[in-house]
Ligand binder design. Structure first.
Ligand SMILES: [Zn+2]
Length: 500
């Protein structure tokens, strides 16, 4: 008896379903333990975190170091990092004709879970407003928009493991009007439906992906249109939720409680991570790891916090400023008891020297270390939830450590594109100090003479091509990333409202 071809095909394919198992749950708004698994990928224990990438890499972590020295089950990737501003040009990644183009393009291991979203976390507010069909984003060469169709098509082409649905959120706007919130709900509903439709049209031979539905950072009754449709006819098509406001978790409909929760509510400190975990958040990208690394700060904390031996009123710092001369002769590891590559192979004096010499390896070592600290932090959190001491451990942590990460004192690596944040453009002056300066007139004459040239024989050429020109940041100015940005943004949004 012959088996129909379609069934045969299904039999051969391994089940590609993303599975989330709740291992421990103590209440509706309480910390919980879970395991996120997908065939052929590393399981991720939750609460846990995935790497936050910039243009396909975790900053400072090359692909070989990712394999050797970072224990991460997954990464978050923003599509905006791969979009070209001018639609007539097809981004190279879309021309890559291989299975799993995104994974091959960024050269991450087979077992790494890839989560694709439209925007980075946290996103830079786009002065190009979202419309009913398009979302504004920041490409490597300036702001632009992509349509919901484009996003769905990109997901199909790139074949990540998880795709986060588009959310209509006017980032950077302090006050969002009721009418606008209504629209957020409408558009997010439509855009999620577009993605589900696209998923439904894929044939069995294509690699599927799971969908995480965004939950908007507005009150439940204001997104009721979206949530009702999500629960009525989309809930069986989604495998997780992406939460933009952790403090609205108590409003999450009960029918979605079994799903993994990915936080897009960027925490500023480990204490804020703990607060979100205590409300039942599962999965994070932790943007402050990279901020600390760029600032030359080696994170230095444990969960649970060590026991205080003597009653002192001063709290321990959450990180060590590696720029400080205090480390110039220190041959101790960045953190005691840390087993990361940086701590087992090098010492503070070396790292301090590397930063002072602007040697890239300095940030590489700090980044590897900071990821190891957060890995250990989450392992500690899970163990604490397991034995039921989470609440007291959090209180002890808050009493032991300072509430904020240390301020940046030294210079970071050269900043580019995404690191500027829109506000920074309002400031006058150079973002990066000049690495090379022009010779003075006299020196130049001497130099030219040494090369057998007469002064003024050749037209002047530029001796420095600034990164900014290469990155096309000039193009960004069109959309007003300057002091007027805020004003223009308001204008755009007003027009947007009128189009309704
Ligand atoms: Zn370390």
């Amino acid at each position: 008896m012959s088996v129909p071809a379609s069934i045969q095909k299904l039999d051969q394919l391994p089940p590609e379903m993303l599975e989330f198992t709740l291992l421990k749950k103590t209440g509706a708004l309480a910390p919980r333990l879970g395991r996120l698994s997908l065939p052929r990928r590393k399981s991720i224990l939750t609460p846990g975190f995935i790497g936050n990438t910039s243009r396909g890499v975790i900053p400072h972590v090359s692909q070989d170091n990712f394999r050797k020295s970072v224990e991460l089950g997954g990464v978050y990737i923003a599509l905006e990092d791969f979009v070209e501003k001018h639609p007539q040009k097809t981004p190279p990644i879309f021309k890559y004709e291989v299975p799993e183009p995104l994974r091959k393009f960024i050269a991450l291991p087979e077992e790494t879970l890839l989560v694709l979203g439209a925007r980075r976390n946290p996103p830079i507010p786009s002065p190009v407003a979202n419309t009913n069909t398009q979302i504004g984003l920041l490409t490597s060469v300036g702001f632009t928009t992509i349509s919901s169709d484009y996003y769905a098509a990109a997901a199909r082409k790139l074949q990540p493991d998880v795709v986060v649905g588009l959310a209509d959120i006017p980032f950077g706007q302090a006050a969002v009007g009721l009418k606008r919130k209504d629209k957020m709900s409408d558009r997010t509903e439509t855009w999620l439906r577009d993605l589900i439709v696209k998923q439904g049209t894929m044939d069995d031979a294509e690699k599927g992906w799971s969908i995480f539905a965004p939950i908007l950072p507005i009150d439940r009754h204001l997104q009721s249109w979206y949530l009702e449709h999500l629960l009525d006819d989309m809930v069986d098509k989604i495998d997780g939720v992406a939460i933009y406001d952790a403090y609205l978790l108590h409003e999450l409909p009960e029918q979605l409680h079994h799903l993994p929760r990915l936080s897009f509510h960027a925490p500023a400190s480990p204490q804020e991570l703990l607060r979100q975990i205590s409300l039942g958040m599962d999965l994070f990208t932790v943007p402050f790891i990279n901020d600390a690394t760029d600032a030359g700060v080696a994170l230095d904390f444990n969960f649970p916090a060590p026991v205080k031996h003597h009653a002192s009123s001063t709290r321990r710092s959450l990180g060590i400023d590696m720029w400080s001369d205090d480390h110039a002769l220190s041959v101790t590891p960045l953190s005691h008891n840390c087993t990361c590559y940086a701590c087992t192979k090098h010492h503070r004096a070396f790292v301090q020297h590397l930063l002072g010499a602007k040697e890239m390896l300095g940030w590489v070592l700090i980044q590897l270390h900071n990821h190891a600290i957060i890995c250990a932090f989450f392992a500690g959190v899970r163990a604490s939830i397991e034995v039921g001491t989470f609440d007291t451990d959090v209180a002890a942590f808050e009493a032991y450590y300072e509430p904020d990460l240390p301020e940046k004192t030294g210079q970071g690596p050269r900043v580019r594109g995404y690191q500027f944040k829109s506000e920074a453009h309002a400031k006058k002056g150079k973002k990066n100090p000049k690495a090379f300066n022009k010779f003075g007139g006299e020196d130049l004459v001497k130099l030219k003479a040494a090369h057998g040239q007469q002064p003024n024989k050749k037209p002047a050429t530029r001796d420095v091509i600034d990164d900014e020109a290469l990155l096309g940041l000039v193009g960004m100015e069109e959309h007003g990333i300057n002091a007027d940005a805020a004003v223009q943004m308001d204008k755009l949004n007003l027009e947007d409202d009128e189009r309704r």
